[in-house]
Design a binder for this molecule. Sequence first.
Ligand code: DAH
Length: 334
Amino acid sequence: MSSMQEQLKNLKDEAIIALNEINNKDSVMQWRSKYIGRTSKLASVLKNLKDIPQEQRKDVGQLVNAIKKDLESAYLQRIDDLNNLDIDTHPSVEIDISLPGMPSRNGGLHPITTALNKTLDVLSKLGFSSIEGPEAETSKYNFDSLRIPDDHPARDMWDTFWLNASDADDPLLLRTHTSPMQIRFLEENDPPIRIAVPGKCYRYEATDATHEWMMHQVEILAIDKNISISNLKGTLQSFAYEMFGLDAKIMLRNSYFPFVEPGVEMAVFFRGQWLEVMGAGMVHPDIIKAAGYDPSVYTGFAAGMGIERIAMLLWDIEDIRYFYQNDLRFLNKF
Ligand code: DAH
């Protein structure tokens, strides 16, 4: 074998050893240009074939081409192997099976979701089925049909986010409460009615420990023949027992909401403190009349409860803002 042929075989061996040591695709590309590319040693031997003595020329040419072909297929095979390595675990990484495992992080429900689900479960036991309404609401449903006209001082109770895409006569807003769904539901359904309406509500106001600009409410509405305020009190009492346990005390105080008459506010005493959790009352006769029913035959009660307030009571949380800061130190406790 001529020294030229020997050199070529050594070159091939060197190339194969180098290729097998490569563990990433970038280095394989570099390897390729070094050993079989246009500027490689092989390429220059082929290019200078004419300088080789006549009797060796054919053999050397064939050898170079055979080596090139072998290296080319070794290269393709290596690429293939590396692709498979990406999928399987890397065999050259040693695994110490005695090390403790990596803990996997479990997701969980946000405390407000849990409180909302619990509220709806309790209400469902009391006979109320859930239904949702729109968050972008018209002024008519959010205010007017609930007996809160434009110039009514009660509108000041709800600082409002108005939406740009608005009809001047009936502007759109982010609903300030879930009460508009009372009207929407009454327009489409006949008594007897027992609904619970969960959802987000928005108020343009400064946040503090008990106020957020976005919060969740659940509205309840019951309309039937012979519903009296004792049904309201009984329902609220049972609700408090189911939610907070038989130690829970409730307090109803007179309050004013334009869509009920009389109106009350309910506070719950739990873990040593009173916290306001809902407004309630007997549905105003004008609302029953506007829905097409005779208020001397059909009566009803309504209530709107704050889910953040309920969650604060349930888990003894002193600041409503914790719910929406996305701080894992807080969220991990639930
Ligand atoms: N919508 C009232 C609010 O957000 C709460 C409320 C009060 C709802 C009395 C009611 C009710 O259904 O009867 O402040």
